[in-house]
Design a protein around this ligand. Structure first.
Ligand SMILES: Cc1cc2nc3c(=O)[nH]c(=O)nc-3n(C[C@H](O)[C@H](O)[C@H](O)COP(=O)(O)OP(=O)(O)OC[C@H]3O[C@@H](n4cnc5c(N)ncnc54)[C@H](O)[C@@H]3O)c2cc1C
Length: 310
C-alpha cells in the first residue's frame, strides 16, 4: 500500500513527485512522459529561466529530477479506480488497475492526467489519422517537407504549430473559425511576418478527402474563389478536453466543461483524491506548465498534511 499514487507524468505529476519525495511520502508515478502535452510543444519560451527549450527536453528534465529523488515512474495506463473506506482509519483507500493487469493500492491519489486533443468531428478525420491528419505538429511535422499543410485553430498551440510547420512545409494555411486569433499577440506578429504562413479567418473545415491519404479539404467559406484547398497535411489544434474517462465512475465533481473542481489546496470532492494541472479548474483556467507545476507542488503539500491527519 502506497501513501500516494500520482496519476500522470507531465509537469503537474512530476512536480508533485519532487515535492512528495522531499516530504518523504511513499509514492509512485503512473504515466508516460511522451504522452504529456509538454512533450508535444515544439519550443517553449515562457518557462522562467529558459529562454527557449524543447518541450520534450523540459519534461525529460522534470522526470530526471523526480527519479533522482527516488521516484518510480511506471509507464502504464490506468483503466479503473475504485475506493473503499478503511475500517481502522475511516479514510478512503484506493485500488488502481492498469492496462498491464497490475493492481496498486494507495491512501491518496493525485489526478494529474492532463487533457486530450479535441477532434473536429468532420467526415473521415479518424480514417486519415496518420495518413495526413495529425494532432501533433511536433511529432509529425518533419514528414511534410516541401508539402502544403493546414493548421486548424486559433490558440497559442495552433500558432506554434503553424510556425513550426513552416520550417518544413512549403506553405502553411492557418484556418480559424473566428475573425481574430486568440493566441498571444507576439505569436500573431511572428505569423504575419512569416512568408510561408497564410491565415484564413472566419472559416471552418467541413471535410477532408483523398484517395489513400489526404489530398483536399473543403471549407465553408470561399477562399481564392473556391471552397476547396489542395494540400497534403491537416493538423488539428482545436483545443482540448480533460482526460475524464477515469473520473466518471468516482462521481468526482467537475465544472460545465468537464474539468475537475478543486479547492485552493488541490482537494477534490472525494476525500483523499487531489487534482493538479490541466485536468483541474484551478489557476483561473490558465493551463500552462508554470501553473501545472505550481498546482502539483500545492497538491503534494496538501497530501502531506492529509496523510498526517488522524
Ligand atoms: C502543442 C502544445 C504547445 C504548448 N505550449 C506551451 C507553452 O509554450 N508554454 C506552456 O507553459 N504550456 C504550453 N502548453 C501547455 C502545457 O503543455 C500543459 O499545460 C502541461 O503539459 C500540463 O501539464 P499536466 O501535467 O497537467 O498534463 P500533461 O502534461 O498533459 O500530462 C498528462 C499525463 O497524464 C498521463 N495520463 C493520461 N491518461 C492516463 C491514464 N489513463 N493512465 C495513466 N496516465 C495517464 C499522460 O501519460 C501524461 O503523462 C502546450 C501544449 C501543447 C499541446
Amino acid at each position: 500500500m502506497y501513501d500516494l499514487i500520482i496519476l500522470g507524468a507531465g509537469p503537474a505529476g512530476l512536480s508533485a513527485s519532487i515535492y512528495a519525495s522531499r516530504y518523504k511520502i511513499n509514492h509512485i508515478v503512473i504515466g508516460n512522459i511522451f504522452d504529456s502535452s509538454t512533450s508535444k510543444a515544439h519550443l517553449l519560451e515562457n518557462w522562467p529561466g529558459e529562454k527557449s527549450i524543447k518541450g520534450l527536453d523540459l519534461v525529460n528534465n522534470f522526470s530526471d529530477h523526480a527519479k533522482d529523488l527516488g521516484a518510480d515512474i511506471f509507464q502504464e495506463n490506468v483503466v479503473e479506480i475504485t475506493k473503499e473506506v478503511d475500517s481502522d482509519s475511516e479514510k478512503n483507500i484506493f485500488t488502481i488497475k492498469t492496462n498491464l493487469d497490475k493492481v496498486y493500492q494507495a491512501k491518496s491519489i493525485l489526478m494529474a492526467l492532463g487533457t486530450k486533443h479535441r477532434k473536429l468531428n468532420i467526415p473521415v478525420e479518424e480514417e486519415f489519422l496518420g495518413k495526413g491528419v495529425s494532432y501533433c505538429a511536433v511529432c509529425d511535422g518533419a514528414f511534410f517537407k516541401e508539402k502544403i499543410v493546414a493548421v486548424v485553430g486559433g490558440s497559442n498551440s495552433a500558432a506554434m504549430a503553424a510556425m513550426m510547420l513552416s520550417e518544413h512545409a512549403s506553405k502553411v494555411y492557418l484556418i480559424y473559425r473566428k475573425e481574430l486569433l486568440r493566441c498571444e499577440p507576439i505569436m500573431i506578429d511572428r505569423l504575419e511576418k512569416n512568408e510561408k504562413v497564410e491565415i484564413i479567418y472566419n472559416t471552418n473545415v467541413t471535410k477532408v478527402s483523398g484517395d489513400k491519404k489526404v489530398e483536399l479539404i473543403e471549407i465553408d467559406n470561399e477562399y481564392n474563389g473556391s471552397k476547396k484547398i489542395k494540400l497534403d497535411g491537416l493538423f488539428i489544434e482545436a483545443g482540448s478536453v480533460p482526460s475524464a474517462s477515469l473520473i466518471k465512475g468516482l462521481e468526482m465533481k467537475t465544472d460545465d466543461s468537464g474539468y475537475v473542481v478543486i479547492d485552493q489546496s488541490g482537494a477534490t470532492n472525494i476525500k483523499g483524491i487531489f487534482a493538479a494541472g490541466d485536468i483541474s479548474n484551478g489557476s483561473n483556467g490558465l493551463r500552462q506548465i508554470v501553473t501545472a507545476t505550481s498546482e502539483g507542488a500545492i497538491a503534494a503539500t496538501s497530501i502531506y498534511k492529509y496523510l498526517k491527519e488522524k
